[in-house]
Design a protein around this ligand. Structure first.
Ligand SMILES: Nc1nc2c([nH]c(=O)n2[C@@H]2O[C@H](COP(=O)(O)OP(=O)(O)OP(=O)(O)O)[C@@H](O)[C@H]2O)c(=O)[nH]1
Length: 327
């Protein structure tokens, strides 16, 4: 068996949402392939410290804010690597590369360079997942009020919607889901439907969101472009990872009216459970836009909410910005 090599890699982001890729130089494994800057973790070093060192050595920049993000393992013919990905959210200095053949600022949904290192495909997909998910509750506030809130949130930049309507009748749920998909797609947003693969397919949604009991019962990933699941503990998160799901929701961070009597995980509990997973995890439970920085520091990809996500301010950077936005 090959030894596991720990590698730290950074998604160095700019305000416009683009991130830096480097092309591997001749004479290395996979020359000409593109990667996120980073390198091997040295003995006694944490992955975060290794990344700070590598970014200084390779690019001449100082990383100030690192958010832990994903961990993926990959078997290459030359090594079995364990990649610790961080988002480098704040950094200073001029990029002055010492190791790559070329550098390029790219956006996940409009990649103009390639090929990427084989381990990095899922990383790019994860970067396409918006950072905020609004979960509908038309059964509680009424269909018209929910659609109006959806329109306002889409206008303010929301780009990921989960249709979750346990109390609407089946025909009402179908027409509501179709209306959400129409509006969301017109705004370039993704829609997942809670618990119903057939409804997701027939209303043209982008995917399905599995409640925990469905996740536990599943033996294979449903055949839709986006599949996520609600998780409440490490076992469920590991199950979601094993099935190759694209994201998980983990909560509740704070107590919520949806699960009365259940105490919240808090950010420490969240960070412990969400650490070192191969897919992005959105934090859920009594959260609003003001919680984004705390969520990212705890390793969350972003935040999701039933009540707190429909009042986004138009100035909030509500989506993973993309080059298509003119940046
Ligand atoms: N930096 C970086 N490495 C990655 C990424 N994806 C990925 O599979 N890797 C793998 O992780 C390892 C990175 O190690 P490295 O950059 O320190 O070392 P290297 O193999 O280029 O050779 P070296 O030890 O002579 O510097 C390589 O096996 C590389 O293929 C990525 O996005 N960024």
């Amino acid at each position: 068996m090959k030894k596991i090599v720990d590698v730290a890699a950074g998604v160095i982001t700019r305000a416009d949402g683009s991130f830096l890729l480097g092309q591997r130089a001749p004479g290395t494994f996979y020359p000409g392939y593109w990667e996120f800057p980073g390198g091997k973790v040295e003995p006694g070093e944490t992955p975060a410290a290794a990344l700070v060192r590598e970014l200084d050595e390779e690019l001449g920049i100082r990383a100030h804010t690192l958010y832990p993000w994903l961990m993926r393992e990959h078997h290459y013919e030359h090594a079995h690597v364990r990649l610790h990905f961080f988002e480098v959210a704040a950094w200073s200095g001029e990029v002055n590369d010492h190791v790559h053949s070329a550098l390029a600022w790219q956006c996940a949904d409009a990649l103009a360079v390639g090929p990427m290192l084989p381990a990095n495909g899922p990383i790019l997909k994860a970067l396409c997942l918006p950072r905020r998910m609004g979960i509908t509750h038309a059964g509680e506030i009424g269909v018209e009020a929910q659609l109006a809130a959806l329109d306002a949130a889409l206008a303010a930049g929301l780009r990921l919607v989960q249709v979750r309507e346990p109390v609407l009748s089946a025909p009402a749920r179908e027409s509501f889901a179709a209306a959400v998909v129409r509006r969301a797609h017109a705004a370039g947003a993704l829609v997942v439907v809670n618990g119903d693969v057939a409804l997701a397919q027939c209303c043209g949604a982008d995917g399905v969101h599995l409640p925990a009991h469905q996740l536990t019962a599943l033996t294979q990933r449903p055949a839709l472009p986006w599949v996520g699941a609600s998780c409440h503990g490490r076992d469920e998160l590991l199950r979601a990872a094993e099935l190759g799901l694209d994201y998980a929701l983990l909560g509740a961070v704070r107590p919520t009216p949806t699960h009365p009597g259940r105490s919240g995980l808090g950010w420490e509990g969240f960070a412990r459970l969400a650490a070192a997973l191969p897919m992005p995890v959105l934090a859920l439970g009594g959260l609003g836009d003001a919680d984004m920085a705390a969520a990212r520091a705890a390793g969350a990809h972003g935040i999701a909410g039933i009540r707190g996500m429909w009042q986004l301010s138009a100035s909030a950077p509500c989506r993973t910005p993309s080059c298509a936005d003119g940046a």
